[in-house]
Design a protein around this ligand. Structure first.
Ligand code: ME8
Length: 527
């Protein structure tokens, strides 16, 4: 991964929909990564925001008897509320109706007109009105001339528009994909893009005349900049890259990760890099396209009304707590090539197995024994100067192995893999307690040093685990670190170094994750 400043982005969400699990998910994934990278000592910028222009917003505003701007304001506020509810630490929230964005989009498009990459021309194609997207003849045939999202017929449309010369970037895009296999992840998504790229690229419209709610084309205000082009630029306008004086945020470009859902991959993996090439700007490190949450085995859709929406999520938060929600998102979410099924039963199983029985139980066992046998003062690991190797467990090596693997995995955005390394360490501590039976040793005053050594190794491993899990579960892990005498300042690699916990430190007994009844329905009104 690149050194220095790091930059992670979510898609900017349409304001004509209410926030649901999908939006919360992508933003939470980025948040866990951003928190981890900050903890590791990097200079991180984490961006999210809202996509506020286009026909859909214009239409829904009219349906709600209000202006597009007011409608956008109202719904952008809903999305901002989500950030607080989920404890998200974004550094900025960009709205495409803000002057800082519109001004820079116009400047970028003007530059593209000047280079000849944007030109006025005629276009005919198969148009998906709901998605505001054109399909090629081949693709339209494959789709049986129906929208893959709404199922409504594609319409044959012809327009005089400004176009972006995407076709001119075919060879450079092919070279990009060949040279940088990590540019699109996961692998299955990359293969899909490659397949479509090989069919050949056509130029794409960058302006429309069939709606008004958008950014005017420079020097031709009859034309409004196509909402997708407007939206993609958010990633650089938030950093001020289109301004005459780009300012200090330009150090974050290029983005380390653009995290998106798989349905918007083409725009991000092909159109966006081509636009950047045309503008001679560096390309992002990786476009990461995750799969979808489905609910109780079915695709979530408006018509089925089975979106896991904000009120439903709030019931889970109220019952299990924010950290449990974030843990479930991070470990069981659809980051890989397959969709993930959200079910209340599965959520409850994961909560009980991993949080109550593993992390919570281990932390409370270890802190309770130190309370009972050492009056809460951390014992000495090796009182006679030599490390006691009990039951062939080399704890410093085990802990540093787990830390390194966990940090490596999170850099690759493998959240589940990163967390699994830490859970593995915690499970080993539990197994070690069962094996060495400190509660029996405690009865023999002659084995006090051994007892102390065992408990030191356990509590030090738990402390290291707490640091590594803090990006995912900030509330409970900071509570645990407080109980273990406070967090160690400095970069994560130092905080997780073996031996950080000083003998004599007072630790308090903790109860992190209470055993709970199952919340067995997704929605209060579900049958
Ligand atoms: O597409 N599972 O905005 P959008 C997981 N404005 N993630 C999901 C999901 C699901 N079932 N449903 C949605 C747009 N998402 C454009 C983007 S970017 C320059 C412009 C998440 O409001 C996922 O990240 O439809 C997906 O890509 C995004 O929400 C789409 O949000």
């Amino acid at each position: 991964m690149a050194d220095g400043a790091l930059y992670i982005t979510t898609p900017i969400y349409y304001v004509n929909d209410k926030p649901h699990i999908g939006h919360a998910y992508t933003t939470t994934v980025c948040d866990v990564w951003a928190r981890s990278m900050r903890a590791a000592g990097h200079d991180v910028f984490f961006l999210t925001g809202t996509d506020e222009h286009g026909v859909k917003v214009e239409k829904s505003a009219a349906e709600h008897d209000t202006t597009p701007q007011e409608w956008a304001d109202r719904n952008a506020a809903e999305f901002q509320k989500v950030l607080a509810v989920f404890g998200l630490t974004n550094d900025d929230f960009i709205r495409t109706t803000e002057p800082r964005h519109t001004r820079q989009v116009q400047a970028f498009v003007e530059r593209l007109k000047a280079t000849g990459d944007v030109y006025l021309g005629r276009f005919e194609g198969w148009y998906d009105e709901g998605q505001e997207e054109y399909h090629t003849d081949t693709k339209a045939r494959e789709l049986d001339y129906k929208s893959p999202v709404s199922g409504r017929p594609l319409v044959r449309a012809e327009e005089q528009n400004y176009y972006f010369r995407l076709s001119a970037y075919q060879a450079r895009l092919e070279a990009l994909f060949a040279e940088r296999p990590e540019f699109v992840r996961p692998e299955a998504r990359r293969n899909e893009v490659l397949g479509r790229l090989r069919e050949g690229l056509q130029d794409v419209p960058v302006s429309r005349t069939n709606f008004r709610w958008g950014i005017a084309m420079p020097d031709d205000p009859e034309h409004v900049i196509y909402v997708w082009i407007d939206a993609l630029f958010n990633y650089v306008t938030a950093l001020g890259l289109g301004d005459a004086e780009p300012g200090p945020r330009q150090r974050y470009w290029p983005a380390t990760y653009h995290v998106i859902g798989k349905e918007i991959l083409w725009f991000h993996a092909v159109i966006w890099p081509a636009l950047l090439m045309a503008l001679e700007l560096p390309l992002p490190g990786c476009v990461y396209a995750h799969s979808f949450w489905i609910a109780d085995g079915q695709k979530m859709s408006k018509s089925l009304g089975n979106f896991v929406d904000l009120p439903t999520i709030e019931r889970f938060l109220g019952h299990y707590g924010l950290d449990a929600w974030r843990f479930y998102m991070a470990t069981k979410g659809p980051l890989g090539a397959h969709d993930a099924d959200f079910s209340a039963r599965h959520f409850h199983e994961v909560y009980t197995t991993d949080l109550v029985n593993t992390v919570g139980n281990c932390a409370s066992r270890v802190t309770a024994m130190i309370g009972k046998y050492f009056d809460g003062a951390v014992p000495t690991e090796a009182p006679d100067g030599s490390r006691i190797l009990v039951a062939e467990h080399d704890w410093p090596a085990l802990a540093s192995g787990a830390s390194e693997s966990s940090l490596e995995a999170i850099e690759r955005l493998d959240l589940a893999g990163s967390i699994e390394q830490v859970l593995g360490l915690v499970r080993r501590v539990d197994g070690f307690i069962n094996l060495t039976e400190p509660f029996k040793l405690a009865k023999d005053p002659g084995r006090r040093n051994e007892l102390g050594a065992i408990l030191y190794q356990c509590v030090e491993s738990v402390r290291i685990a707490a640091h590594l899990l803090e990006a995912t579960m900030p509330e409970r892990m900071s509570q645990l670190l407080e109980a273990l005498g406070g967090r160690i300042a400095g970069p994560l690699a130092d905080a997780v170094r073996w031996g950080g916990l000083q003998p004599g430190t007072q630790v308090a007994k903790v109860a992190l994750f209470p055993r709970l009844e199952a919340l067995d329905q997704l929605a209060p009104s579900a049958p």
